[in-house]
Design a protein around this ligand. Structure first.
Ligand SMILES: [Zn+2]
Length: 275
């Protein structure tokens, strides 16, 4: 599943190519995504210029003069710049045709979304899909105190509290296990029991883990025009615990353990990570 680093990598990749450029045509090959793609969208966007490519959580926000196109990659989606004559593949559902480039949304499972938020409806941040999202992990307001305040009185395990995304966005399943390992926090610890200094370490670990992923994402970015490689494959190589069950911890040698929390796999080192 594309996680925040992959979506941010995508944003950087497309921003460099389409910002400031007029969209000639939007072509919808398959409108049945998570929600139907609005039928009027091609007419609304033809000839309009992309002002900015932003991101909020895992939503890409393509700002036009008169509104914002909201794009989500769902479970299996990718948005790539392809050569204009590139053969249309199965599951290529939407194309943004610019004079110099073509952008394609490829999504085998069709859990992705392409929506439209007109300026008349107010700031896009208030869109129902975005309004309740937690803070961005690279927002300067996100720190240990922020986490500590959000965790207070929460009995649920810290792993699940983070995955819920209401305290901070972008800590998906892989990054959650990795961040907790880096901070030395047992994933089963009740969120409300984590002290302020440990929340401080955890906030730093989350930022460091996501930065590392973004940095490795840089290599994927170079492949954009060639449209090769699927997002998400690059991070596992550097994982300290994720999908390493029974393998020795890279710090202490203790076998990594796997457990299931809320139907999601969690990986941790029982020696390095404390309750
Ligand atoms: Zn260890």
């Amino acid at each position: 599943m594309p996680e925040l680093p992959e979506v941010e990598t995508t944003r950087r990749g497309i921003d460099a190519v389409i910002t400031g450029k007029p969209l000639r045509r939007l072509v919808v090959h398959e409108a049945r995504m998570r929600w139907p793609i609005p039928a009027e969208l091609p007419a609304l966007l033809a000839g309009r210029t992309v002002i900015e490519c932003n991101r909020r959580g895992k939503y890409l926000l393509l700002r036009f003069e008169h509104g914002v196109q909201i794009v989500h990659l769902g479970m299996s989606g990718s948005l790539r710049v392809v050569p204009q004559q590139a053969f249309l593949r199965k599951h290529d559902h939407v194309e943004w045709l610019f004079d110099h480039a073509t952008l394609r949304l490829h999504d085998p499972r069709r859990f992705g979304a392409v929506l439209w938020h007109p300026d008349e409806d107010g700031p896009v941040e208030n869109h129902p899909l975005l309004a309740r999202l937690g803070i961005e992990p690279f927002d300067p307001r996100f720190d240990g105190r922020w986490l500590h305040r959000h965790f207070q009185k929460r009995g649920m395990a810290v792993k699940q509290a983070l995955l819920a995304g209401s305290a901070v966005v972008g800590v998906g399943n892989i990054y959650c296990s990795e961040s907790l390992f880096r901070a030395g926090v047992d994933p089963r610890t009740p969120a409300g029991k984590i002290s302020l200094p440990r929340c401080e370490r955890l906030a730093q670990a989350i930022r460091a883990t996501l930065s590392d992923a973004l940095e490795s994402g840089g290599s994927t970015l170079r492949d954009y025009v060639g449209a090769s490689g699927e997002p998400g494959a690059y991070f596992a190589i550097h994982a300290a615990v994720y999908e390493r069950a029974a393998q020795p911890c890279k710090v202490c040698g203790t076998p990594i353990r796997r457990l299931v929390q809320g139907q999601r796999a969690t990986y941790f080192c029982p020696h390095c990570q404390k309750r």
